[in-house]
Write a protein that binds this ligand. Sequence first.
Ligand code: OAD
Length: 229
Amino acid sequence: MNLIHIKPNDRVFVLTGAGMSAESGIPTFRDTNGLWRNYRVEEVASPDAWRRDPQLVWDFYSMRRTVAAAAQPNPGHRALAALERTLGSRLFLCTQNVDNLHEQAGSRPLHMHGELFKSRCERCQLPFDDTNIYHEVPHCACGGKVRPHICWFGERPFGMDRVLRILEVCTVFIAIGTSGVVEPAASFVGQTQARTFYVGPEEPLNLASFDETFEGKAGELLPTLFDVW
Ligand code: OAD
């Protein structure tokens, strides 16, 4: 079977998307057709939606908190955590997912789209741990509205300086379970000189930019995919 070979001098950048958590029972955006209560995701995950109807936004993220709280890491998450234990700082894990399944498996990812179990006051801006389900829009002691700590459409993803620095120096780039539709993550593969691999059951939109594809589910392929020298 074909493997991803990782040599002693390699620096590995792993990018994960919604497909990574699909086998843990968290639906991908594609699976749900990007819809919730007949709203497109863009209509409830945006600064405009927050200004118009913050309770609707909290209803959406409360639902997502409930789904994610019931989920467990799958063998794909655990395989990446094992790879991180082997490679140490030579592996960088960047996820578009807002669930905490990578952490539960033992990884330390950069959450470029934020974290579902964090909120922040829109005035003070300091994120804090928060697993609450809100039936009313919460407020901070300072009076500001508390919002989900999520990168919405039109906002700048978190940690981009670090992401771009590591993209420049990595020698292996592996994207897993991401449709290659949403920017800026969809363009990462085109910005690196690394050997590039895609893992997932369907062709991503940016397929032409990858050197090699492994067709199948993350939880089935990842546990036996890496050959570390
Ligand atoms: P998508 O829902 O667009 O794509 C999910 C991808 O996962 C698809 O290409 C599927 O083929 C693949 N997939 C499904 N099951 C899989 C499995 N078991 N193993 C591996 N792959 C599997 O999700 P993303 O590309 O992550 O942003 O979407 C990117 C961003 O768009 C999200 O972070 C979110 C969304 O709008 C925000 O909320 C800001």
